[in-house]
Write a protein that binds this ligand. Sequence first.
Ligand SMILES: Nc1ncnc2c1ncn2[C@@H]1O[C@H](COP(=O)(O)OP(=O)(O)OP(=O)(O)O)[C@@H](O)[C@H]1O
Ligand SMILES: [Mg+2]
Length: 369
Amino acid sequence: MANPVFVGMDLGTFKTSVASSAGYRDVIPTAVGWPKDHIARTVLGRDVVFGKDLAEHRLALDLVRPFEKGVLKYGDAANCGLTAQQIEKHATATRLVIEYAVGMVNPARGDAGTPVYGVIGVPSQAGMKNKQFVMDAAAGVFDAVAIVSEPFTIAYGMNRLTDTLVIDIGAGTIDICPIYGVYPADDEQVTLPIGGDAVDEEFEKLLKARHPRVQASRNMVREIKEKYGFVSDVGEKAVVSLPVDGKPTPIDVTEPLKAACSALVKPVVEAVCNLIAKFDPEFQQRLRQNIILGGGGSQLKGLDRVIEVALAEYGGGRVTRVTDATHAGSVGALKLAMNMPAAGWTALSAKTKAAPGPAPKAVPMAAAA
Ligand SMILES: Nc1ncnc2c1ncn2[C@@H]1O[C@H](COP(=O)(O)OP(=O)(O)OP(=O)(O)O)[C@@H](O)[C@H]1O
Ligand SMILES: [Mg+2]
């Protein structure tokens, strides 16, 4: 049998990043688009759309983000308010995203003789039912998987396996996880139901309250946040061009943007302090001094410093950002996959041949680093 290809995957609400032992890595939106009608199908020339084409063709697509806030976050079917048919659609979307993402980094895809072993990072509190949902979705793609908490993959990738606290600021959730040399248990970790999506929502609301005639889609709002988002007192103003009654107009968004981004700080600091307080007092100081900030939201300017300042009254703390917010989780998961003992894998039986699609255009890791 051929040597296995190992894959590390960070299956997020907003984006899925993947890295493989074949030396490739990539990132795609955690979303699938189906053409809305047969005209769209003809124009697009395919039945399913992934990746950056989703944004470009979104008006012609029925877009599904399977883990969007409140919607089937990792198989929480009982509380998601979806019909059985919609749940089925979300499950299919999850499987297709996993299949496509792995295809991007596995040059041997379609070759049934090359086993694919994957470590998949999921939010830290994803319970057993939810892990099963991910496992079912992965069954067609991987021969064996290990599902681990996403903050753990970040810490593993940075060799910070003891006395560390990871704060992973994603789109749908903020996951906070203590690391002290063993796999973290589900009940030791905290998941806050806020993140980048909540910031976008708040920013849009505040912006429209202040400038009622400004037209801005959720996508535009998110792009502004990603470019200018900050939580500390930076001297610069964020002035962007936005349509007012159809005419591009310079708008100062500094205040609403800062207010929306800053809303994350208090809940994070409170959750960090509560979590640390439950720890053996001898370790509390060490955890506070070794906080890692990961996930896309960690790139908000000033966030590391503002958390440090807020921790001052609790005895101080040191916060470091991951160097590569997009790939820290997937590269850590890959490293874990390559070091995983045989007993760590769960075999999956239903592997199907990868669907034919575009050839991998993945970036070799050395070049992308
Ligand atoms: N430069 C940036 N500044 C601020 N926020 C950013 C930046 N880049 C990305 N983000 C935000 O980070 C979020 C996505 O983060 P990430 O990719 O870690 O989420 P995810 O893993 O898909 O979600 P989750 O972990 O909640 O399942 C989005 O809200 C995005 O707008
Ligand atoms: Mg994430």
